[in-house]
Design a protein around this ligand. Structure first.
Ligand SMILES: [Zn+2]
Length: 246
């Protein structure tokens, strides 16, 4: 019972009605301030989510580049192999010069031919691998284009969020100044109560009674509370949620 009548001031009905109207206005501003501040707090998270979209594109590009490098390394290995085979032929040719008989000479020639065939096969492998490198490099360029396009779209969205941040701050400053102006006109005792409840509830401190129910917590109010609130002679609070009733 005493919580419902925190302040018995004996204010005139008109003064109480006017104070409640002022407080509703202050509350409208507080609700907007809280909404703007929530949005402001969410901006960095929204930016991070948008920037995270680049990660997939960056990975795809890195994979494409790595595929090119692997293929080029394969080519390098085969080229070294070819060089080794050519050295072998040079050595065989030198040995061939020392040979005494035609039969030995022809046998050596056969061996050299076999190595030359291996070289031809290796060169064929290199050519095919180079074609693959071309198409892999094409893929790298495509991935780079996709990443750039995504970077542009991400940048545009991030710029949009930054602009929203600036606009939000301006709007917040404006609403806060207006709120301060309105609050200065409210009876300090009522304002103190309002602010204490608002700090606690963080949504609304002043709520209308509808069909005998507190619209803050939706509990059915005892009839005497509704009656006291209607008399507009004092601050009446909900005994369940502590919000001021109007
Ligand atoms: Zn309530």
């Amino acid at each position: 019972m005493p919580r419902s009548f925190a302040i018995e001031r004996g204010d005139s009905v008109d003064a109480v009605v006017a104070t409640i109207e002022q407080l509703f206005l202050v509350q409208d501003h507080d609700v907007r301030i809280m909404k703007f501040e929530r949005e402001q707090r969410d901006l960095p998270k929204r930016k991070a989510e948008i920037e995270a979209r680049l990660e997939g594109h960056r990975q795809a590009l890195a994979q494409a580049k790595s595929a090119v490098q692997h293929k080029q390394a394969d080519i390098k290995k085969v080229e070294v192999e070819i060089e080794t085979r050519r050295d072998k032929i040079r050595k065989l040719r030198e040995q061939q010069m020392q040979l005494k008989t035609n039969r030995e000479f022809r046998a050596m020639e056969e061996e050299i031919r076999a190595v030359e065939r291996d070289i031809a096969a290796d060169e064929e492998r290199v050519l095919m691998a180079m074609e693959e490198v071309d198409s892999l490099q094409q893929k790298v360029r495509e991935r780079e284009q996709q990443l750039r396009a995504e970077e542009e779209s991400v940048q545009a969205e991030v710029d949009g969020i930054d602009q929203r941040g600036v606009a939000l701050q301006a709007e917040l400053d404006r609403v806060k100044a207006e709120r301060a102006r309105l609050a200065a006109e409210v009876d300090p005792a009522w304002l103190r109560n309002y602010e204490r409840i608002m700090a606690n509830r963080r949504d609304r401190a002043l709520v209308p009674i509808e069909n005998g129910t507190c619209t803050g917590c939706h509990m059915k109010l005892p009839p005497y509370i509704c009656h006291e609130a209607r008399r507009h002679q004092a601050i009446v609070t909900c005994e369940f949620c502590g919000r001021m009733l109007a």
